[in-house]
Design a protein around this ligand. Structure first.
Ligand code: 5GP
Ligand code: ZN
Length: 116
């Protein structure tokens, strides 16, 4: 797997900085976002460092998207949300702040659940 020395997500993959793991396999890691927009807000990243969708290889995309239902179901079991948003920012002008490809999984709750 190719990694970048100055990439915070590569450091999480390598265990150099901590991450609260939700799911891991040979190709991907899913962990809780440090800034929880909703309860259970999770990032899925490929272990291969690729900056954003414009750089994403077909193989990396396949491996990453294959993990999405597994991570979504793990979040369902742990947090029992009522729905789930999947988002991805590509490029600074689209709000990307970490330049290692990632999907945001945002569990959604009802008003009675308190919106978080
Ligand atoms: P972006 O803005 O690039 O789409 O999303 C980057 C996300 O990475 C943000 O939601 C931010 O909170 C999260 N993030 C940045 N640094 C860290 C970190 O060190 N640990 C974790 N768990 N999340 C991080
Ligand atoms: Zn990286």
């Amino acid at each position: 797997m190719s990694t970048e020395t100055n990439c915070i997500f590569c450091k999480i993959i390598q265990g150099d900085i901590p991450g609260a793991k939700v799911y891991e396999d040979e190709h991907v890691l899913a962990f809780l976002d440090i800034s929880q927009v909703t309860k259970g807000h999770t990032l899925i990243i490929p272990k291969q460092h690729e900056e954003n969708v414009f750089e994403l290889s077909e193989e990396t995309a396949r491996n990453l998207f294959a993990s999405v239902p597994k991570v979504a179901n793990a979040l369902n079991e742990t947090f029992q949300p009522k729905g789930l948003n999947i988002l991805n920012n590509n490029g600074e002008f689209a709000g990307q702040s970490v330049f290692h490809y990632h999907l945001h999984l945002l569990p959604r709750y009802s008003e009675e659940d308190g919106f978080d």
